[in-house]
Ligand binder design. Structure first.
Ligand code: NAD
Ligand code: DAU
Length: 351
């Protein structure tokens, strides 16, 4: 179908803006409606380059507002939903868990219910739920998360995402709602809010501020270039099997401290600093409560079934990411406003 009307939630955020851009440019016959509440993490500057496209429009609204969402579905008659809107930062979920229950659990249920009521005829309809590998819990030294791994969320964020996944599966089984879910590892790239590890470290290196490494820095994450995630969402949206889960990962595991060291080395070169200069900023701080040790994804199903694979080597991706932040300091200044300064103070000053 070349003329679908697609609702993308959270399209003004980090990953959402990459997904919106990809679909608007690649599928001129689609109508893309971007629904976003523009929380601290949502920023329409992320979409300046495509905002005038005739197949794109933005709607400001909250996914937890049931009346508003039901009216929007009744008015727009969407063919599909790609649901990314969420509270996404683990540290914030430790400070304020209920905000995560509200948006991630209730907001997802409100959208599912609106889709269920709106789609009397379910043919060619799809509710695509974008989720995280954190629902699977924490790994030891070995092993990988597969689509069969039992859910074992351990932070308020991952518990809220796990709950949202369960609601999506419940709507598939109970109401035959056509759904698909993907669970992805850590993304990095442009437009990433600087509360997350990689953009926070880049920003602090630029500004000669301490680099706060939690615990011993030996927690492991699998990192994926955000545009590769957007490509995976495109493939799963078009070819994924209904009711299925697809894991998405970069086959790219790193200890946090090794990433911070690599960023310091790359940035010393780019900023013309003596070798080893930025690494002097590394500061070990109190560990995150309930800090998951290791995430690692087995993305074989997505690769073998749908032919997707990551496109970029990590060092090249990090170098591009650093260049983007160096060239977009105004973007960083605009979003690291008063509210972010207060968050940063609460999160790091007493650590
Ligand atoms: P983000 O925090 O950068 O963006 C979230 C977006 O959702 C923002 O634009 C925000 O304004 C919007 N939003 C928040 N609450 C809303 C509400 N109540 N109503 C409408 N819009 C609201 O998040 P992200 O990193 O881009 O993550 C997007 C999705 O991908 C999330 O569902 C997240 O769980 C998932 N995910 C993220 C990663 C990652 O590494 N960042 C990895 C796997 C999965
Ligand atoms: O795995 C996918 C998840 O990745 C997504 O679902 C989340 O939305 C996304 O935020 C991310 O969660 P993490 O908690 O893994 O990402 P974060 O960037 O917050 O932290 C990455 C690692 O770095 C983690 O082990 C904690 C550590 N860390 C983080 C920050 C912000 C530090 O050591 N210092 C820091 O200041």
């Amino acid at each position: 179908m070349s003329n679908r009307k697609i609702l993308i939630t959270g399209g003004a955020g980090f990953i959402g803006s990459h997904v919106v851009r990809l679909l608007v440019n690649k599928y001129p016959g689609y109508q893309i409606v971007n629904l976003d509440a523009l929380t601290y993490a949502g920023n329409l500057e992320n979409l300046r380059d495509i905002e005038a496209s005739i197949n794109y429009c933005f709607v400001k609204g909250d996914i937890t507002d049931e009346v508003f969402i039901n009216e929007l579905f009744a008015k727009e008659q969407f063919d599909a939903v790609i649901h990314l809107a969420a509270e996404s930062h683990v540290d914030r979920s430790i400070m304020d868990p209920l905000a995560f229950v509200k948006t991630n659990v209730i907001g997802t249920a409100v959208l599912l219910n609106a889709a269920r009521k709106s789609w009397q005829d379910k043919s060619n309809k799809l509710f695509y739920h974008v989720s995280t590998d954190e629902v699977y819990g924490s790994l030891g030294e070995t092993g990988l998360f597969t689509e069969e791994t039992s859910y074992d969320p351990r932070s308020p964020y991952s518990a809220s995402k796990a709950s949202s996944d369960h609601f999506v599966k419940a709507y598939f089984h109970t109401y035959d709602l056509p759904v698909v879910i993907s669970n992805c590892s850590n993304n990095y790239g442009s437009h990433h809010f600087p509360e997350k590890l990689i953009p926070l470290m880049i920003n602090n290196i630029i500004n000669n501020k301490p680099l706060p490494v939690y615990g011993k820095g030996d927690n492991v994450r699998d990192w994926l270039w955000v545009e590769d995630h957007a490509r995976a969402i495109d493939v799963i949206f078009h070819k994924g099997r209904l009711g299925e889960t697809y894991n998405i990962g970069g086959f790219n595991e790193w200890k946090n401290i090794d990433i911070v060291m690599l960023l310091c080395r790359l940035m010393d070169q780019k900023l013309g600093r003596p070798e080893g200069e930025s690494a002097k900023l590394i500061t070990y701080v109190k560990d995150r409560a309930g800090h998951d040790k290791r995430y690692a994804i087995d993305a074989t199903k997505l690769n073998q079934e749908l032919g997707w694979e990551p496109s970029l080597q990590f060092e090249e991706g990090l170098s591009k990411t650093i260049d983007w932040y160096l060239s977009n300091q105004d973007w960083v200044k605009n979003i690291t406003s008063g509210a972010y300064q207060q968050y940063y103070h609460n999160q790091y000053n007493a650590r």
